[in-house]
Design a protein around this ligand. Structure first.
Ligand code: NAD
Ligand code: USQ
Length: 382
């Protein structure tokens, strides 16, 4: 299959591009390298030293003989995007290419406006490019479990049957996101839904939980193929952050009571979920939603799991309960459905002590790269 991976230089996109290439697909990466520039803006870095995109794809070709084409440019430059569509004629367009940090979107007005413009308009351009140049192309769009928020009822996969005044309908599940970033994903979902309805586009919205880990079989093949791992208070995410904090002897930064429960998955499952979606495309006109996660945990439970494993490895680790910089429920009901990807063949890699130790090992190898001032959260929702 001819597949474009937009955002293919990022944390989820890079291992996905490699995996799809290994499976024999004709893979093209589109990326504007913005994520590397946001590191410069924040004076931050990946814990692992990452090669340039050119070095990465050259090493992949050397090791496997497989070519991954690259286009460096912005989804918001429509002429560029059209050219990529013309040259690649994609059968699937995997869309990871957004500003994905909730804290970054909450820095100030400029960052909120940038996040929503980058994400919502970039996605709208993709929809128009599909309509104009590849109407049969399957859009595989990364959404987020955070679109749903934390309702006091079970979270369904995209739609919920509602009975109201004696009548029933299957309606989009209510969205209650907690940041301008998470809201950008809701706006994307609505735009995709309309495009499917009016133009007959086929789309899958993957409402992904928080991704942990870094390695896949492919990224392990050579140091030049290593994936990025974020740990700072802006782009770092809960579990990976805790493991890196344990590696440098920093207290684990649980925000508030830590009862916040979120859906999680291993990066190895991310790449497989994309393959499953690509191999089982939505029907023309169908706006399909999958909840892409394998387990859920409270932040406090994750911190306890990391503390236990770190102590077994001889590290002294304390759990700190910081004043929560976000506005979010710290104690709440959480139950989300995730059967659709499993029904299509996903076999989850669950979180075990071995998995935690494996990520901790990488963090320990590169702990000297951690910029300690970047670890504590610095952005307030208020
Ligand atoms: P990332 O920041 O590591 O990668 C995103 C990539 O997209 C970067 O390489 C960036 O340069 C590129 N990009 C951003 N805007 C672009 C634009 N306008 N044009 C071209 N390229 C652009 O993020 P990630 O962690 O790999 O996340 C990928 C996607 O998955 C995002 O859409 C994110 O919302 C979603 N997601 C991520 C997680 C997670 O835990 N990392 C969880 C759920 C959903
Ligand atoms: N948290 C802590 N301590 C930390 C970091 C986070 O207690 O050091 C808490 C947060 O307050 C929050 C939860 O952990 O309650 C998750 O925060 P996060 O930073 O790990 O994840 P989030 O901001 O939700 O964003 C990440 C990705 C985003 C993706 C989302 C999936 O950055 O791209 O969309 O996970 S989900 O959470 O399902 O919406």
């Amino acid at each position: 299959m001819r597949i474009v991976v937009a955002g293919g230089d990022g944390f989820c996109g890079w291992p996905t591009a490699l995996y799809l290439s290994k499976q024999g697909h004709e893979v093209t990466i589109l990326d504007n390298l913005a994520r590397r520039k946001w590191d410069d803006e924040l004076r931050s870095n990946s814990v692992t030293p990452i090669a340039t995109l050119e070095e990465r794809v050259a090493k992949w070709k050397e090791l496997t003989g497989k070519e991954i084409r690259t286009f460096v440019g912005d989804l918001n430059h429509y002429d560029f995007l059209r050219e990529v569509f013309r040259q690649t004629e994609p059968e699937a367009f995997v869309h990871f290419a957004e500003q994905r940090s909730a804290p970054y979107s909450m820095i100030d007005r400029e960052h909120a406006v940038f996040t929503q413009a980058n994400n919502v308009l970039g996605n709208l351009n993709v929809l128009y490019a599909i309509k104009e140049l590849a109407p049969d192309c399957h859009l595989i769009k990364l959404g987020t479990m955070g679109e749903y928020g934390t309702p006091n009822i079970d979270i369904e996969e995209g739609y919920i049957e509602i009975e109201h005044k004696g009548r029933k309908d299957l309606l989009p599940y209510p969205k209650q996101p907690g940041s301008f970033y998470h809201l950008s994903k809701v706006h994307d979902s609505h735009n995709i839904m309309l495009a499917c309805k009016i133009w007959g586009i086929r789309a899958t919205d993957l409402n992904q939980g928080v991704v942990y880990g870094l390695h896949t079989d492919e990224t392990r093949m050579d140091p030049l193929l290593v994936n990025r791992v974020d740990y700072d208070g802006v782009f770092g995410t809960a579990l990976n952050r805790f493991l890196i904090q344990a590696a440098i002897g920093h207290d684990l930064t649980v925000y508030g009571s830590g009862g916040q429960t979120r859906a999680f998955l291993n990066i190895q499952d991310t790449v497989r979920c994309i393959e499953i979606a690509a191999e089982n495309p939505a029907e023309p006109g169908e706006f399909r939603v999958f909840n892409q996660f394998t387990e859920y945990f409270s932040v406090k439970d994750l911190a306890q799991m990391v503390k236990k494993v770190a102590e077994e490895e001889g590290l002294t680790t304390e759990i700190a309960h910081l004043e929560n910089p976000r506005v979010e429920a710290e104690e709440h009901y959480y139950h989300a459905v995730n059967t659709k990807l499993k029904d299509l063949g996903l076999e989850p890699h669950l979180l075990t002590d071995e998995v935690l130790k494996d990520i901790l090992k990488v963090a320990l190898e590169h702990k000297d790269r951690v910029i300690k001032e970047n670890v504590l959260p610095s952005i307030s929702w208020k």
